[in-house]
Write a protein that binds this ligand. Structure first.
Ligand SMILES: [Zn+2]
Ligand SMILES: [Zn+2]
Ligand SMILES: [Zn+2]
Length: 759
């Protein structure tokens, strides 16, 4: 019999054709297997019916670990057999199926790591050793099908030895597109900050030695450059903080091994599994009592972002030094995407670093490291990027149309929703300027092409002035796509609904800012969302508070604290006493008092983030937000050492949770109760208040699910207290596990509203 089989899913770049070859030969079948231009694989089989059945069983049961099969379409063919044996043939450009995609980058596998360390192996010490089961994919593929000439490996023709392995069906590198060796593959080299070559026989280990001695290096990896430094020496970290204008933002670190990570951080079994997974994300680990890294790594936080080496190069960096870890932070200039090209690196990083560790393979698509945190046994994405993107989130049902979501403004991603798959892009950063807009556009187009999607609609935020909103309008106009505008918090809750396949939910969304349907600043909302309408009902929210000086209040939380306290007390003495924490001191404090009195230069917000900021300022935990979420993150770190000493009863007026009296109670107890206990009490108040309000509303509307979304849902204390309240009421409590709770999940939520909900 003759059959044609088309397989969709993640089947290119995961050793799928070699696998098909092996099971075809084992089952005595003739024919061919080839990659297609739509990221799928096409198989032709000729042989007995029994052999074909046995082949199909093997296909399902023995697939390579990294492959994901979404559809297996089998068609019987008429005609005579034409093939004498089974072969892997030249790829076809054909692209009629949609929804397949290439795999994410994959960390070095166990076998390759062993070869890297084996002096008898031809790839001994080769920094970019890879095989069919590991290595970069997403970041080197320019177009489909996944053949070497369509990747940035095309500049490195295989040598005889590599070619032989590539052609050997019994070899692990049979048809591995990234196969290379010291003779034919990419080369690594060390330069000065000006790009002058430094002759050295072992540039990677020399780089490790320089780091250990206190130098700052830019190191080119798979998806972009890292800026690296010692994690224990103060001097390079101080220099780095100054040069990067990052006074306090935590630096991620790379530990040499799991054991090394355990010497300064606590690692539970879930965290261990994540650290070791082939995605190798950064995992936020609690600092242990033996924490021995510099306080400059993650100042005033209880945790530190740790990842393990994910390429041969990373392992080799640690070979000749004793360091347990190095700082390895994404090299991105302020408000720019991560640096990926060598010239660009010299230009933008030359002033910061002492040396460059370059390699000469181009990066096709940039991709930052992913960041996760673990709450109990649940994973919570802070950033979903390398190792995960562009693998799809599989949904329980199919969308009515294909929708592209462009996200919001900060920490953005884009998303292509196609049938029952949501392809979420790598982390794109803050989309506010020309460079980041171009990156968003490029990454989104790439995703549409890779998945062979035919887009019907484009979804974006409600904010009239966001760069993403403007881009969505242009795309809708140019392509005849329908434009769907989705309120920010509605997108958060819709994302949660579809992640858990529920039809209705009362969603609590807490974050810094989202443009409300009334044009005001929202961020502490309780929404009722159902599948029946494209809209939602705002059931309740936090009390409106004054933002003294608009954006300045977001930067300096003393401003929001002053606005809140002024409702209860004369804030003048307190503000004057603390005016040293304002950039313009007493003058600024006086101006603020004047503004408060005359009610000018003030806007309203219901943001939960701003209330946490105010608590942080009142407690002296943080006076300036130098990175997104800083005051709230530091407040959580402080609270984790405390308990609910005040045990405040939530004050609910109608559909509004009072926050003024809470802050006032904190204020009154300073000096009497520890800062940690006060910080915890503030969390407990907000969590209890919001969740009991949500429970009340859910019961009123007969809804069984209460969810928690938005950036503040990464906060462990808030999430745990809410969970207890909601579950105690016999309702289900839902949080994000597969996508970020923060704004990295907004593009998916927008696409969900456009693709699933009724209009
Ligand atoms: Zn490998
Ligand atoms: Zn070679
Ligand atoms: Zn948000």
């Amino acid at each position: 019999m003759r059959v044609k089989i088309n397989v969709t899913g993640i089947v290119q770049g995961v050793g799928f054709r070699p696998f098909v070859y092996r099971i075809a030969v084992r089952n005595s079948l003739a024919g061919y297997v080839r990659n297609r231009g739509d990221a799928g694989v096409e198989i032709l089989l000729e042989g007995s019916e029994q052999s074909v059945q046995s082949f199909l069983r093997d296909l399902k049961e023995k697939k390579p670990p990294l492959a994901q099969m979404h559809n297996v379409i089998t068609t019987k063919l008429a005609g005579k057999n034409e093939h004498e044996k089974f072969t892997i043939t030249k790829s076809s450009e054909k692209a009629e199926f949609s929804g397949s995609v290439i795999p994410p980058d994959i960390a070095i596998c166990h076998e390759c790591l062993q070869e890297l360390r084996d002096p008898k192996d031809p790839r001994y010490d080769y920094f970019f050793i890879t095989c069919t089961n590991c290595g970069p994919r997403f970041t080197i593929i320019e177009r489909l099908p996944y053949d070497r000439e369509n990747t940035t490996m095309r500049e490195f023709p295989m040598c005889g030895f590599c070619q032989k392995e590539y052609a050997d069906p019994l070899n692990r590198r049979f048809h591995a597109q990234t196969v290379a060796c010291p003779d034919c593959g990419p080369k690594v080299y060390l330069t000065t900050r000006d790009g002058e070559l430094i002759q050295h026989g072992d540039p990677v280990r020399e780089a490790g030695r320089l780091l250990s001695e206190g130098a700052i290096l830019a190191i080119k990896g798979y998806g972009g450059f890292h800026v690296a430094a010692s994690a224990t020496k103060e001097k390079p970290l101080t220099t780095l903080r100054k040069a990067k204008h990052r006074r306090a933002k935590p630096f991620a670190i790379m530990a040499r091994s799991l054991e090394a990570a355990k010497s300064f951080a606590e690692v539970n079994s879930k965290e261990k599994a994540l650290l070791n997974s082939y995605a190798r994300p950064i995992v936020l680990l609690n600092k242990s009592s033996e924490y021995c890294l510099s306080p400059l790594v993650a100042p005033d936080l209880h945790d530190v972002g740790v990842m393990l080496p994910y390429s041969g190069l990373h392992y080799m960096l640690f070979d000749r030094v004793d360091d347990a870890a190095f700082v390895m932070t994404s090299a991105n200039p302020p408000n720019q995407p991560i640096v990926k090209d060598n010239d660009e690196a010299l230009k933008t990083l030359g002033g910061t670093v002492d040396y460059f560790l370059f390699h000469n393979r181009k990066i096709a698509y940039r991709c930052d490291d992913s960041v996760l945190r673990v709450h109990g046994t649940r994973q919570s994405f802070i950033r979903r990027s390398r190792g995960y993107a562009p693998a799809p989130l599989m949904l329980k049902e199919k969308a009515k149309r294909c929708v592209v979501g462009l996200g919001g403004e900060l920490n953005n991603t884009s998303c292509v929703l196609l049938a029952n798959k949501a392809f979420i892009s790598q982390h794109l950063g803050d989309v506010e300027n020309v460079e980041t807009r171009a990156f968003l556009q490029e990454a989104t187009n790439h995703l549409i092409r890779l998945t062979n999607s035919h887009v019907d609609a484009v979804a974006c935020d409600l904010h009239p002035k966001f760069t993403t909103t403007n881009l969505a309008r242009e795309l809708a106009e140019a392509n005849g796509w329908q434009l769907v505008q989705v309120q920010h918090h509605h997108a958060h809750v819709a994302a949660l609904m579809m992640e858990h396949a529920v039809d209705e939910i009362v969603g609590i969304t807490c974050d810094g800012y989202g443009y409300g349907v009334d044009g005001e600043a929202w961020g502490g909302e309780i929404l009722l969302c159902t599948r029946e309408s494209a809209g939602f009902k705002r059931l309740a929210h936090l009390e409106k508070q004054l933002l003294l000086g608009g954006d300045a209040a977001t930067r300096y939380p003393l401003r929001i604290a002053a606005g809140m306290l002024s409702k209860k007390v004369n804030v003048e003495p307190w503000l004057m006493q603390n005016s040293g924490h304002l950039p313009h001191g007493e003058t600024e404090a006086k101006l603020m008092l004047n503004q408060l009195q005359k009610r000018v230069g003030i806007t309203d917000t219901t943001s939960c983030g701003r209330v946490l900021d105010a608590v942080a300022a009142v407690l002296g935990v943080c006076y300036e937000r130098t990175y997104e979420g800083e005051p709230a993150m530091k407040l959580e770190s402080a609270a984790l050492k405390g308990k609910d000493a005040l045990n405040l009863k939530p004050i609910i007026n109608g559909n509004v949770l009072d926050t003024t009296q809470m802050l006032h109670a904190i204020f009154e107890n300073i000096g009497k109760v520890s800062t940690a206990d006060l910080a915890y009490s503030a969390h407990a108040y907000l969590a209890k208040g919001l969740s009991s309000l949500a429970v009340e509303k859910a019961l009123e509307h007969g809804v069984k699910n209460v969810g928690f979304s938005g950036g503040a849902a990464c906060n462990q204390i808030l999430a745990e207290i809410m969970r207890r309240t909601v579950e105690a009421a016999g309702l289900k409590f839902l949080v994000h596990e597969a996508i970020p709770a923060g704004d990295g999940g907004v593009s998916f939520g927008q696409a969900v509203v456009g693709g699933f909900f009724e209009f």
